[in-house]
Design a protein around this ligand. Structure first.
Ligand SMILES: C[S@@+](CC[C@H](N)C(=O)[O-])C[C@H]1O[C@@H](n2cnc3c(N)ncnc32)[C@H](O)[C@@H]1O
Length: 384
């Protein structure tokens, strides 16, 4: 979609067309609807309205009911922050006393919207003219105040009361990238900003040693998906590393303390990926009165039943043989026909092992195959 077509979509005629597409999509075929509308509207405008309606449907997963009033491009929607995560960040920034933000590379405004809703004064800078106009239109559509400039963020002046927020583009021509070297605006520039009142969203695979000194890295998961690492510039940092689990908002600081190591107890806990990435598994053990069955494996065990948003819990029902033949025999005795294997730190391929054992029977089972103080173990567990 070019700038001119998007401008037309915002006119009264464009809005009438969008409303008609929304009302008729799914009732008429895309082809029939398009053919009929092209008798009244320019073909390019009809195509843009049909695409916009489709993108609004896709965007519900990230933006909920607001999506029906917002505008997107396919790539910018992919790159935008889901509202649950943006809202968490905006609330935290407001709680740190932030009152104004300049979003340097604001895309279609996912973060900008959440920041404005949290009561901050917002300003966006975006180098892509269509995205810049969309971000401004999205603020207006949702009844929010804020300005968006089209330009190079690296040349923008940051006001004395403004916090800089940067969510650099993480895609190169080949798709998703996991390297800070491919970020746009560039990582080196982001790093420099983080020495001051700045916050940056980066890929969750960021290595611990890439986090600048004095900056807090917050790994965030939402509904079990590890979605990002958020870097909090020195004035906002409260720890070196932190895990935050949404939607609950439970948060855990990593202090780097060593955890107790002991054999598996009554319960086994599988830490959320944010806890693992933040290196806060020992701290999770401490919060639930637990320990690590193996110092190198991200499982926590405890004799205490302590459901926590920070981990998935299992009751250890029995211990089974680790080797394949006796394991199969033990499962046959239990008449297990449907087996799920979770593995961590052992060299097996669960699907292949399940297939090879050719189990038959009416019962289901969940087996955790892992290492406990260096030894392979198979634990029959039940989800809590
Ligand atoms: C990951 S997206 C931002 C998504 C946004 N946080 C959201 O939730 O919708 C990054 C954006 O930065 C923009 N960008 C990259 N380099 C830029 C620069 N030097 N100046 C301004 N914008 C830039 C890209 O065009 C892209 O839209």
């Amino acid at each position: 979609m070019d700038l001119e077509t998007f401008e037309q979509l915002l006119t009264a005629q464009g809005q009438t067309l969008l409303a008609e597409v929304a009302a008729r999509a799914g009732v008429e075929s895309d082809l029939g609807l398009g053919t009929r509308l092209r008798k009244t509207y320019a073909p390019g405008l009809v195509a843009a309205a049909v695409t916009q309606n489709h993108l609004r449907g896709k965007a519900v997963a990230k933006f909920g009911p607001d999506a029906a009033r917002m505008y997107f491009t396919h790539d910018a929607l992919e790159q935008s922050t889901r509202m649950s995560v943006a809202t968490h960040r905006a609330a935290r920034l407001a709680s740190h006393g932030g009152t104004a933000v300049v979003d340097l590379g604001c895309g279609i405004g996912g973060d900008l919207i959440a920041l404005a809703r949290a009561g901050l004064r917002v300003r966006g800078v975006e180098m892509d003219p269509v995205r810049a106009m969309i971000a401004a239109a999205n603020l207006t559509a949702l009844g929010l105040e804020g300005k968006v400039l089209c330009g190079d963020a690296t040349e923008a002046t940051i006001g004395p009361d403004e916090v800089a927020f940067i969510d650099p583009a993480r895609r190169d021509a080949r798709g998703r990238t996991f390297s800070t070297a491919d970020l746009q605006p560039p990582w080196e520039w982001v790093r420099q900003l983080l020495a001051g009142r700045a916050v940056a969203k980066v890929m969750p695979g960021l290595a611990h040693d890439a986090v600048p000194v004095g900056v807090e890295a917050e790994w965030v998961s939402d509904g079990g998906d590890l979605v990002e690492a958020c870097l909090w510039g020195a004035p906002f940092a409260t720890a070196a590393r932190r895990a935050t689990v949404l939607p609950s908002g439970r948060t855990l600081l990593a202090h780097g303390e060593p955890a107790a190591v002991a054999d598996v107890g009554t319960y086994l806990y599988e830490p959320d990926d944010a806890v693992i990435r933040a290196g806060a598994v020992s701290e999770l053990a401490a919060t639930i009165g637990g320990w690590l069955p193996d110092p190198h494996i991200a499982y926590v065990s405890s004799d205490r039943l302590d459901p926590t948003e920070l981990a998935r819990g299992f009751r250890v029902v029995d211990e089974l043989p680790f080797r394949e033949k006796p394991l199969k025999a033990a499962l046959q005795v239990r008449r297990v026909g449907t087996l799920t294997i979770k593995k961590r730190g052992v060299d097996i391929v669960p699907e292949e092992l399940v297939r090879r054992m050719k189990l038959k029977g009416p019962n289901e089972a969940l087996v955790v195959m892992t290492r406990v103080q260096g030894q392979g173990r198979a634990l029959l567990v039940e989800r809590l």
